[in-house]
Write a protein that binds this ligand. Structure first.
Ligand SMILES: [Zn+2]
Length: 299
């Protein structure tokens, strides 16, 4: 059982240039005529009417109202240095652009643009959430083109690096049936794969078994890893697993789920074929959608 399609938000064509981030190297990259900056405002990218990321030369950011982390260097796209400008409202460049939620506009974007925008968003969000040193509480400043933050207190000077949080997301199956649930407040009819954060001290398999039993009362076995996905809301690594159910009687944990039910493969297939409406599937950019499509195709 292998998953071969490219997962949305994955497959970045960018060389992150981890070892070419001195102030001099960053300045050289920025001065190149081919260099480009994509633009973000409050974690949302500027896109054109076709859903393409708007790119300007990084020198156009000079004099704009940038906020921490100001400009970050994503890396090289071929020979083209790619930066991200973190803009604030009320300057000319922001007012004339259309900034959109990546969840919404992501479905229209190419795989390359989606992975670039996703990485930029994850790194920006990490900066937004870490303005202070976690060790001593002093303000911290971005370093190495945004790849880290450094404590401003000289006696501390601790370096902090962007984190990724592992989340398990699982298709629980029994014979030809699939277990799906809906969280509180989700849109009517919307159902998805169960998911949850991996706890300290847990393996992927243990996290799957615990989350599924906590949420639905279903015990599981035979956990098979299928695929993973970087999910930039704000920075998860989604680990996609298919597991077999041991029992089928559902006990819904109402603190976690509003509904949880079994669906037949025919019902799930009909949703993908648009010939049935047993539930509303999460959008194409999600790993839940991709795993469900994969399971339907295996049948
Ligand atoms: Zn510190």
């Amino acid at each position: 059982m292998t998953y071969t399609d490219l997962m949305p938000f994955a497959g970045s064509p960018i060389d992150f240039c981890e070892t070419q981030r001195s102030p001099e190297e960053l300045q050289d990259f920025m001065a190149k005529p081919a260099a480009r900056a994509i633009l973000f405002y409050k974690g949302q990218p500027a896109v054109d009417a076709k859903g393409k990321l708007i790119r300007v030369h990084p020198t156009e950011l000079i004099g704009q109202n940038l906020v921490d982390p100001h400009v970050i260097f994503v890396g090289l796209e071929g020979n083209r240095p790619i930066f991200v400008g973190n803009l604030q409202k009320n300057d000319a460049i922001t007012l004339e652009k259309d900034f959109q939620n990546l969840r919404t506009v992501g479905g229209q974007m190419s795989a390359e643009e989606l992975s670039l925008a996703g990485r930029a968003k994850s790194i920006l969000d990490w900066h937004f959430q870490h303005p202070f040193c976690a060790k001593c509480g002093a303000p911290s400043n971005p370093g190495e083109g945004g790849n880290k933050r450094i404590c401003s207190r000289e006696s501390c000077a601790t370096e902090h690096f962007p984190r990724v949080n592992p989340v398990v997301i699982m298709l629980v199956v029994h014979d030809d049936k699939l277990l799906l649930g809906r969280g509180p407040g989700w849109p009517e009819g919307f159902m998805s794969a169960l998911a949850g954060f991996v706890s300290p001290g847990e393996t992927i398999e243990e996290a799957v078994a615990r989350e599924v039993e906590e949420e639905s009362g279903i015990k599981t076995k035979n956990h098979r890893y299928i695929a993973s996905q970087p999910w930039p809301f704000p920075s998860q690594l989604m680990i996609g697993v298919i597991s077999d159910a041991i029992n089928t009687d559902i006990t819904i944990n109402k603190d976690e789920l509003e509904d949880c039910r079994w669906f037949t493969r025919e019902e799930v297939k009909a949703v993908f074929d648009k010939t049935g409406d047993a539930f509303t599937c999460p959008p194409r950019v999600t790993i839940a959608h991709q795993l469900m499509k994969y399971w339907v195709e295996q049948g």
